[in-house]
Design a protein around this ligand. Structure first.
Ligand code: CP
Length: 312
């Protein structure tokens, strides 16, 4: 692949190859000297048109640990604010010969469009409600390390599925790897036609969590509920917030996940989020760096395989 725009085009064996490499980078990241040379001589530009803590920080660290020259564009201070279009911005940066462009954008499809206009490899760091592929890959690695496998698990994805690119990418990946997927949440927060992805849909959280191996919570994304139904936080927590009582319906060794940022007391009880016997939320963050190192390493191998342009 030239780009990483989504989980959709990836084959199961390609996902496994990436996770195997990420496992090696996870070991490197626990050493004092964390440097490798996979991206030496390459230039990585991070363009985040939407807020981010985890994704931006981990892409930056991943690039630096692999020896790339990393530049973080401050989109707040860029000429986008003066009316320059996304495509003009992309063409401008393309003229500076980057090798890897990491892009987050509030509109679904914006990153795909941008990828068609530039010569470098593009990594989707989240586009609207569409995809967040590196999030699904880091979630997959976290599950595989905690459970010892990434197939034939019962995985409950709970909450605001309708507005979640994290849910969409996870659904695609976990389905490809032959897991049983349950989507749990109010009908108002389920996208139309979701059953075509091969998931079971539950409105009752206790039923949805019954005997689950993995409980993946999602953030209530009020910023994407443009004019639509917004549930009250109290009511939502009562019915869909993960607390000890609801979690008791899952398997005794079920793990609890959340991509962050978390709304404690809305979709998850703070005590559950901090329970190191159940919660793998910090492992997800750790695996985020490793997975992004692996993704950029693999894309850079394709870049290096292409004929070098002669600069005169
Ligand atoms: N999970 C995730 O994408 O977090 P950020 O928005 O902080 O990058």
């Amino acid at each position: 692949h030239r780009h990483l725009l989504g989980i959709e085009p990836l084959r199961p064996d390609e996902i496994t190859t990436l996770l195997d490499l990420a496992d090696q980078y996870a070991a490197l990241n626990r050493r004092r000297d964390k440097h490798a040379q996979a991206l030496a001589g390459l230039t990585q530009i991070n363009m985040f048109f939407e807020n981010s803590t985890r994704t931006q920080a981990s892409f930056e660290l991943a690039g630096k640990r692999l020896g790339a020259d990393v530049m973080n564009m401050s989109m707040q201070a860029s000429s986008i604010k003066k009316g320059e279009t996304l495509i003009d911005t992309a063409l401008t940066l393309n003229a500076m010969h980057p090798d890897l462009l990491v892009v987050r954008h509030p509109h679904s499809g914006a990153v795909d469009l941008l990828a068609q206009k530039v010569h470098c490899a593009v990594l989707n760091a989240g586009d609207g409600r569409h995809e967040h592929p590196t999030q699904a890959l880091l979630d997959a690695l976290t599950i595989r390390r905690a459970k010892g496998r990434l197939h034939r698990l019962t995985i409950a994805i709970c909450g605001d599925v309708a507005h979640s690119r994290v849910a969409r990418s996870n659904l695609l990946l976990l389905h490809k790897m032959e897991n049983r997927i349950r989507l749990v949440g109010p009908a108002t927060l389920m996208p139309a036609g979701i059953d075509e992805f091969g998931a079971e849909v539950y409105q009752d959280m206790r039923e949805g969590l019954k005997d689950a191996d993995v409980v993946m919570m999602l953030r209530l994304q009020k910023e994407r509920m443009d004019g639509g139904f917004i549930p009250s936080e109290r009511e939502y927590y009562h019915r869909y917030g993960l607390d000890a009582e609801k979690l008791s319906f899952a398997k005794d060794d079920a793990i609890v996940m959340h991509p962050g940022p978390m709304n404690r007391g809305v979709e998850i009880d703070g005590t559950i989020a901090d329970d190191i016997n159940r919660s793998v939320i910090q492992d997800q963050v750790e695996m985020g760096v490793a997975v992004r190192m692996a993704a950029m390493d693999l894309l850079s191998r394709n870049l290096r395989a292409r004929p070098t342009e002669v600069v005169t």
